[in-house]
Ligand binder design. Sequence first.
Ligand code: SF4
Length: 111
Amino acid sequence: MDKTMSRRAVLLRALQLPLAGSVLLGLSACDAGGDAREGVALVCADPDTMTSAQESVRRTLRYSEQSPDSNKACSGCAFFSAAQGGCGSCSIFDGNVVNPAGHCDSWSAAS
Ligand code: SF4
């Protein structure tokens, strides 16, 4: 009987070790995610608070929170106005908030 218990204990240990390893790996992955979030760029536009018309204009002009070309970002656009808090506004979007690093098809160099 002791031999059976001993085998059972060995089997349980064998199952517990990989499980413990998985938990540790999962925790380290969560920590890595936290570090990655620190590098997330400023997000200005909240689609949940936009009207369908505002969303439509952004979609039509293919607005993006991050310009593919840093030389053609909203902050360098003639229609952009800087605002407090890091975000700005766009006169084409009826003064709605845009990201200084954003971009859309109507980008025009500020003079
Ligand atoms: S027109 Fe486009 S690129 Fe220019 S500020 Fe507005 S959203 Fe940005």
